[in-house]
Design a protein around this ligand. Sequence first.
Ligand SMILES: *[C@@H]1O[C@H](CO)[C@@H](O)[C@H](O)[C@H]1NC(C)=O
Length: 136
Amino acid sequence: MSSHFLQSVILLALFFNIVGETAAIEEVGNNQVAASVHVTNGLPEKSEAMKIECSFKGKRLGIHDVGVGEEYSWSVEEKALYFCEAIWGRQMGSWHAFQPRRDANHATVFWLVKQNGFFLSWDNSTWIRRSTWESE
Ligand SMILES: *[C@@H]1O[C@H](CO)[C@@H](O)[C@H](O)[C@H]1NC(C)=O
């Protein structure tokens, strides 16, 4: 993958990040919550690691490499929309990792990332697809 291509992908990701956040502003106040979000890489064995970056209120949580079978998790500290983006090979995906109205009553929000999309669960066993990968 050329670094030029990677740059374009990152610029595109930044652009969609801004658009996505503007479209999804939620007025939920500033209450504290104590929840955790777990993102597990359930992509096919031996495939390359995916890169994930999440943000809330414009704060970036940093880019993380998550290999097959690995998990990335963090604590949600504010009732805010947490938006994540992933890059896997030439595919990109984005999803709302924590949405106050949807998730505030759950202590843990699980995401399973597979080849056919991004699946949400609150019990780590029943999964609903909420997003899909997009090719360039
Ligand atoms: C979710 O389930 C998987 C598979 O059973 C297990 O490996 C993992 O530890 C569980 N995660 C949590 C946070 O309980």
